[in-house]
Design a binder for this molecule. Structure first.
Ligand code: AHM
Ligand code: MG
Length: 352
């Protein structure tokens, strides 16, 4: 049986996180603090968590691990105790559940989350993560990824990281850390090519990376300009068997000496791009290998973080952030990362 989420010792959010959230609307700041607290509690729990399956499936038909259920319970517990959270739903429990009784209809925030992304690589002890999207009001349904007011993911690796996309101004509040992965040539190229299209997101949000250190969140770096390194993560590689354009893309990547960095977990693979200064996570489909990633719980929040960090997202037609979320069960193909590398993926995304 999965362990039940109990009231753990409170995790101090840390002065640097508090400072980073100072400029936010107070309700939104409390939602982000709840997310940060739940990530810290999950991080501690995973150290002793059993690897076993729970013997149940979620609404997507995935076999659940005890760790999936436990992480889900921890996050719901923290969100329930936050008065600004009107509703929440997760990849493990996809009904949109009312949370705080203190919100009037249409008020507060709705949180959608994947409690443990990378369940299939958990038993191999690879890095896994959690993903969060925050929408205004009592439901994300009928809204797009672009309507999010914040998004986040965590990486549970040798260290626990929390990457937040929060309304801009927070960077200055956090102490004016220097931008990462930004040189003059890259900036000039990206200013011309992508900021015209995506400038509103990268200007509207700051992407702040925190590391959990002695039960406190310490600001590690700020991501502003995703570079264009050739770190490629070819997800759903099974699709290449029925998607000729994807085969050609893989061949081009190999012959061009790209670094293949697919781990089997979207969160660590996407974070690898941010950490290394660019790349692409490409997850196309074929007739026999359909889209897997969930629009609400995975694609939209991670797309917001990547676009806010100066990258792009695509489903083969346009930005992931422009897809209307009509159903908690919707799935999408996705390419995320540096603009030139994502552009190379579009034939594969449109193939099959
Ligand atoms: P999960 O949330 O059940 O772990 O599924 C999402 C994960 C992604 O992190 C990863 O990119 C993908 O599933 C890998 O799927 P597969 O192993 O089927 O290729
Ligand atoms: Mg997932």
């Amino acid at each position: 049986m999965a362990a039940t989420a109990t009231a753990a010792a409170p995790v101090a959010v840390g002065a640097e996180l508090e400072k980073a959230l100072e400029g936010l609307e107070s309700g939104l700041a409390s939602v982000v603090q709840s997310i940060a607290s739940s990530v810290a509690e999950i991080s501690a729990s995973l150290r002793t968590m059993e690897f076993d399956e729970a013997g149940s499936t979620n609404s997507f038909g995935d076999d659940q691990l005890q760790a999936d259920i436990h992480a889900d319970e921890i996050i719901f517990k923290h969100l329930r105790s936050c008065p600004a959270v009107a509703s929440a739903s997760s990849e493990e429990q996809s009904d949109i559940l009312p949370m705080s009784q203190q919100q009037q209809p249409g008020q507060g925030y709705s949180v959608a989350f994947d409690p443990l992304d990378g369940s299939s690589i958990f038993d191999a002890n690879f890095a896994v993560g959690s993903i969060f999207g925050v929408w205004p009001g009592s439901t994300p349904l009928g809204q797009t990824g672009r309507d999010q007011v914040a998004a986040a993911y965590s990486v549970y690796g040798p260290r626990t990281l929390l990457v937040l996309a929060v309304p801009s101004g927070s960077r200055a509040a956090a102490g004016g850390s220097q931008p990462q992965h930004c040189d003059a040539a890259q900036q000039q190229q990206q200013d011309g090519q992508q900021q015209q299209q995506h400038g509103s997101i990268s200007e509207a949000f700051d992407v702040l990376e925190f590391v959990l250190s002695d039960r406190r969140w310490r600001l590690r770096r700020v991501h502003t300009k995703l570079g264009d390194k050739n770190n490629v993560a070819p997800a759903n590689i099974r699709a290449a068997a029925g998607n000729e354009a994807y085969q050609q893309l893989l061949h081009a990547w190999i012959t061009n000496g790209c670094k293949l960095r697919y781990s089997g977990g979207m969160v660590p693979d996407v974070h690898h791009m941010l950490a290394k200064g660019g790349g692409v996570f490409c997850n196309p489909k074929s007739a026999t290998a359909p889209a897997k990633l969930r629009l609400l719980y995975e694609c939209a929040p991670v797309a917001l973080v990547v676009e806010a960090a100066g990258g792009v997202s695509h489903d083969g037609q346009g930005s992931i952030l422009d897809l209307v979320i009509n159903d908690t069960g919707a799935r999408s193909i996705i390419a995320l990362g540096s603009a030139p590398q994502v552009a190379q993926c579009l034939d594969a995304m449109r193939g099959a």
